[in-house]
Design a protein around this ligand. Structure first.
Ligand code: URA
Length: 493
C-alpha cells in the first residue's frame, strides 16, 4: 500500500526547482514532495515507523553506513529505489555499495535489502499453480549442471519447480547456456508464458525476465566494476531477490566451497549460507542450505552440450556418483521443505523411483517440447546435440605418473573449457556449445597405464593443444589409495 500510494504521487508530481537531479535530491524519498524549504516532509515522518529518524539524502545514508551505523528499512528502501528509478547517481550507488561491502549489514538490514530488491519489480503470480512451488539455487561451480535433471526429478514427484537461472558469469556456461545447446530450446519466455507453462506442466527452466528484481541488474553491473562483488549482504540480496520474485514457496540453496567455487573458503561459504537462510526466513520463505565441496568438477563432463548429455544420462539412471549424490541431497530437501515426503530418506526413495519409472525423463521431455527444443536429443544425444570437429583423449602416458587419482583441479579444468570456447571471458563472448571435456577421471579412481583421463572436444587445433596440456596438468596421482571426499559437508537451516 505504502509503495502504491507513493508511486502514484511520484508519477504525477513535478518539481518547481528545475533540473531533474536537483528535484530528486531535494525531494522526500517517500512521496517526493519538495523538501527544499520544509526540510522534512510530514508524510515521511508519518510513514517512517522506526524509532530513529531516517536520513533523507543519499549522502546521509552513505555516510551512516560508512560510519558503521545500522540503516533503517526506509533508508534501505530509498537506496534500492534510487537504483531502480535512477534517482541516485551511479557514484552514489557505488559509494553505498562500497560502504556496505566494508562495514557489512546485520540480519535485519540484509533482510530489508533483500525485500526491497525483490519488490523493486514484479513478483510472479503463480497462484494458479496448485502444487507447492520449490526452487534450488546454486552459487555455481565447474560442471554444475544439477538444475537440469533435478528440476524434472522434483517436478515428477509432485512439486512445481519454477526455475529462473542466469548465464555463466565465469569460465563455463550457466544453466541457460547449457539448455540452449538443445536445438530450438527457448529460455526467453515472457512472464505470461512462464505462468501458463507452470500451470500446465509444473516446471519451467527460463532466464530472468527484466520485470523481476530490476534493482539487482543495476547494482550487479556496478558491483562488477567497483570491487564490491564479494560482500555477503550484497550477494544475499542479489541472489534471493531474483529467486523470491519467481513466486516460490520454499528454497534450497547449494553453497559451494573450494577451488572451483565462487567462495573458495568454507567459513565464508558457511557465513553466506547462514545469512541467506536467515534472510529467507525473515521474508517468510522456508529455506535450507547445503554446503557442498567443489575441489574437483562435478560429474565427468564440462561444456554445454556434453553436460546436457550427462544430465540425460542421470535421468536414465546412469549419472556419475558425485553428481547424483548432490542431486539426491538437494532434491530430498526440496521435497521435505515443500511438504512432499516426510523424511529425507523417504524423499530420496521418491526421487529414485521417479528415475527408475521413467517419470523424471518424461517430465524433462515435456519441458523440452514446451520450450521448443528437439526432444530427439533425449533419445540419442550424440546424434542431435552439437558435436565438436576434433576429439582427443588425454591418457595416463601424457603425465609422468599414473596410479590413483588424488586431485582434479576444478579451476584448471574450467580454464581449459574456457580456452576451448565453452564459457565467456567477457559478457559479449559467444559460446561454442559443442566443445568441452568429457570422460573426466574422478578422485579415488585407479587409472591403468594407457587409461583415459579425459576426452577433449574442440573445434580449433591450437585450443585443443592448450586444453590437453591444462587437463593433463590438472590431474595429480597418488601411489596409495585415495578416498573420494564427501560432497555434502553440512546442512544449514
Ligand atoms: N550470483 C548472483 O546472482 N549475484 C551475486 O551477487 C553473486 C552471484
Amino acid at each position: 500500500m505504502r509503495y502504491a500510494a507513493c508511486d502514484m504521487r511520484r508519477a504525477t508530481g513535478k518539481s518547481r526547482l528545475g533540473s531533474l537531479r536537483y528535484e530528486r535530491r531535494a525531494a522526500c524519498i517517500a512521496c517526493e514532495a519538495c523538501l527544499h524549504l520544509a526540510g522534512v516532509c510530514a508524510c515521511f515522518r508519518r510513514m517512517n515507523t522506526s524509532a530513529k529518524p531516517a536520513r533523507l539524502f543519499p549522502q546521509h545514508v552513505i555516510a551512516a553506513k560508512r560510519d558503521s551505523q545500522k540503516l533503517t528499512r526506509e533508508e534501505i528502501d530509498a537506496f534500492v529505489r534510487g537504483a531502480t528509478d535512477g534517482s541516485w547517481a551511479d557514484y552514489q550507488l557505488s559509494a553505498m555499495l562500497m560502504a556496505i561491502c566494508i562495514r557489512g549489514m546485520d540480519t535485519d538490514e540484509t533482510a530489508a535489502l533483500t525485500g526491497a530488491m525483490m519488490h523493486s519489480g514484479v513478483i510472479a503470480d503463480l497462484s494458479g499453480v496448485r502444487l507447492p512451488k520449490a526452487d534450488k539455487h546454486s552459487t555455481g561451480g565447474v560442471g554444475d549442471k544439477v538444475s537440469i535433471h533435478l528440476a524434472p526429478m522434483v517436478a515428477a514427484c509432485g512439486v512445481a519447480v519454477p526455475m529462473m537461472s542466469g548465464r555463466g558469469l565465469g569460465h563455463t556456461g550457466g544453466t541457460l547456456d547449457k539448455l540452449e545447446a538443445i536445438p530450438g530450446f527457448r529460455v526467453g519466455l515472457t512472464l505470461p508464458e512462464y505462468r501458463a507453462q507452470m500451470e500446465r506442466l509444473g516446471i519451467a527452466l527460463i532466464g530472468q525476465t527484466g520485470e523481476l528484481a530490476p534493482a539487482d541488474k543495476k547494482l550487479y553491473s556496478l558491483r562488477d566494476v567497483t570491487g564490491t562483488v564479494e560482500s555477503i549482504p550484497l550477494i544475499t540480496g542479489s541472489i534471493l531477490s531474483k529467486k523470491l520474485a519467481e513466486g516460490i514457496d520454499s528454497l534450497v540453496l547449494d553453497v559451494k566451497f573450494g577451488a572451483g567455487a565462487f567462495m573458495k573458503d568454507k567459513a565464508r561459504a558457511r557465513e553466506l549460507a547462514t545469512t541467506m537462510v536467515g534472510a529467507c526466513r525473515r521474508l517468510g520463505k522456508p529455506a535450507r542450505a547445503l554446503l557442498t565441496a567443489m575441489e574437483q568438477p562435478l560429474g565427468r563432463a564440462v561444456g554445454n552440450a556434453l553436460e546436457i548429455a550427462e544430465c540425460i544420462g542421470c535421468l536414465r539412471g546412469r549419472g556419475p556418483e558425485d553428481l547424483m549424490e548432490v542431486t539426491y541431497a538437494l532434491g530430498s530437501h526440496m521435497l521435505v521443505l515443500a511438504g512432499v515426503g516426510q523424511t529425507l530418506p523417504t524423499a530420496r526413495i521418491r526421487l529414485e523411483n521417479a528415475i527408475a519409472s521413467g517419470a523424471a525423463l518424461a517430465k524433462f521431455r515435456e519441458l523440452v517440447v514446451a520450450q521448443g527444443g528437439d526432444p530427439r536429443v533425449l533419445d540419442d544425444p550424440e546424434a542431435f546435440l552439437p558435436q565438436a570437429r576434433l576429439k582427443s583423449a588425454v591418457v595416463v602416458s601424457d603425465n609422468d605418473e599414473g596410479g590413483c587419482v588424488a586431485g582434479v583441479d576444478a579451476m584448471e579444468i574450467a580454464l581449459a573449457a574456457l580456452r576451448l570456447g565453452a564459457g565467456r571471458a567477457r559478457a559479449e563472448d559467444k559460446i561454442d556449445h559443442a566443445v568441452g571435456i568429457s570422460h573426466l577421471a574422478k578422485v579415488g579412481e585407479s587409472i591403468p597405464p594407457g587409461g583415459t583421463l579425459a576426452v577433449i572436444h574442440a573445434n580449433d587445433e591450437a585450443a585443443l593443444a592448450d586444453a590437453r596440456a591444462r587437463v593433463a596438468g590438472a590431474i595429480t596421482f597418488s601411489r596409495i589409495p585415495v578416498t573420494p571426499p564427501a560432497i555434502v559437508d553440512e546442512v544449514i537451516g
